[in-house]
Design a protein around this ligand. Sequence first.
Ligand SMILES: CC(=O)SCCNC(=O)CCNC(=O)[C@H](O)C(C)(C)COP(=O)(O)OP(=O)(O)OC[C@H]1O[C@@H](n2cnc3c(N)ncnc32)[C@H](O)[C@@H]1OP(=O)(O)O
Ligand SMILES: CC(C)C(=O)C(=O)O
Length: 560
Amino acid sequence: MMLKNPAAKYRPFPAVPLADRQWPGRAITRPPVWMSTDLRDGNQALIEPMSPEKKLRFFEMLVKIGIKEIEVGFPSASQTDFDFVRMLVEENRIPDDVTIIVLTQAREELIRRTVESAMGAKRAIVHVYNSVAPVFRRVVFGMQQEEIVQIAVKGTQLIKELVAQHPQTQWGLEYSPESFSTTELDFSKQIVDAVSSVWQPTPANPMIVNLPSTVEASTPNVYADQIEWMCRHLERRDALVISVHPHNDRGTAVAAAELAVMAGADRVEGCLFGNGERTGNVDLVTLAMNLYTQGIDPGLDFSDIDAVRQLVEECNQLPVHPRHPYAGDLVFTAFSGSHQDAIKKGFAVQKPDAIWEVPYLPIDPADLGRSYDAVIRVNSQSGKGGMAYLLAQEYGLELPRRLQIEFSRAVQRVADETGREIAAADIHALFSREYLEQASPWNYVSHRMVEDSAHGVQIELNVARHQAPQLLQGSGNGPIDAFVNALGLDIRLMDYHEHAIGMGADARAACYVELRVGNGATLFGVGIDSNIVTASFRAVVSAVNRHLAATGAKEQAIAA
Ligand SMILES: CC(=O)SCCNC(=O)CCNC(=O)[C@H](O)C(C)(C)COP(=O)(O)OP(=O)(O)OC[C@H]1O[C@@H](n2cnc3c(N)ncnc32)[C@H](O)[C@@H]1OP(=O)(O)O
Ligand SMILES: CC(C)C(=O)C(=O)O
């Protein structure tokens, strides 16, 4: 049960004494070095760890999107992990510009096995860690600070010794004081300085210092303060690559990573779509795309984000949430009417090479290989804009505004009745039933028309009335006028729109007429035909039939 007084059990995170912090005034202007730990931290958190075959597919996808540093496993943990690293090395599957990273605890036998796993690679980074926070020192290790420092120092000495025996590989070192974010800063500095004094990095051969929020325990600004503090106080700063490894326990890993980069971090470790222990590692996709939407090339290519997501879901056997930033099924979808309206108007004025300014869409879905078709979907929360957009996009029908209002009532009725989403095809079927398919009592069959400047338009019209053929004649000052006169009905044309559907020989005309039939309210009719005049006749017949069906009026009541 939740406590009335949580302070009895939990304490607030202390602030970092850094009154002159610089990071709040900085902006991110270039991407950090990306390191994917999907195959290690992500994999170790899965219900079923990946098979070698899945790991390889994942690895190749990471390479394809442009990740240059890939943590490929914890080789001393299992034969599977060890063999996977050997396979990458022996089968020459690591591209020249990609560096693999192998993780190990700072324990002799594990370090030996880890170095062995990567031998023969062109480049490899041995990533060694030990936990340094007070609770780990007390509870897990039962050790004092100096003994904890010795674990890291001895581990580093052994790695240095072992890698020197295998000069054919260009080795690097990454050191992680695990649980850094809940550790006293001066102790973190002490242990990192001790490790770097053994490794002796240089600016040309830097050492990676990875400062994880192993468990996210504070607001992101505190993490940023911790990173800035370390950047200012560490020895040999110019020979260190400062890396961050945020977890998402408070749901703020992305913010923590971004503020940490502002605070001086050069490198970010994370997983695609935020997989990883508990609530996950920081999501590299969101970080990269956040940069992209600021006009900064993240150096990663998510042009086909659906394919990336599909592969990750398959390998992790975990779904990506439908509202996951940039990648979720629903992130480029609007159901609510006012959003749909604004998006539709935004698309209409957005120029292909201009700055992106479509309301409610922080990014052009096309940049991620997502299609516009999926942007707008219709349910009971939608207004006219959504269905109008779908009819235009999918069927080339540009409904005039007042027809949109009229037809949206029919769509709304169906949405309310079913309580479900209505697909574009269903909307089109409803539109066809409502405006195009009512062939009774009147049905247009054919016409002959003569036009001269002295007498206007003369028309001879074949129609079916209650399925019985009739030949009618009429004249008027234009085709529609002549047609209406031939029908002999009390019709006033209030509004008229037309447009082409498609191009070339297959083009058809869509015609929308708004009529007042008898004394009734105005209503629309729609006609589609390869001939523009015929389309307008069909539209008039559509409106008349709709009026009769809607009002139940007898035909005689609307005779002219
Ligand atoms: C925050 C992170 O994600 S760190 C990465 C975590 N990932 C994994 O643990 C996945 C792979 N791990 C494994 O397969 C195993 O844990 C192994 C092979 C590494 C070690 O297995 P085991 O020797 O059986 O130890 P176990 O798993 O119980 O780990 C606990 C032991 O490691 C010790 N230990 C933990 N971290 C470290 C470290 N960095 N350096 C030295 N010793 C360590 C603990 O003190 C404990 O020792 P104890 O048994 O003497 O009390
Ligand atoms: C090994 C370290 C970097 C880790 O995974 C963590 O602290 O979360």
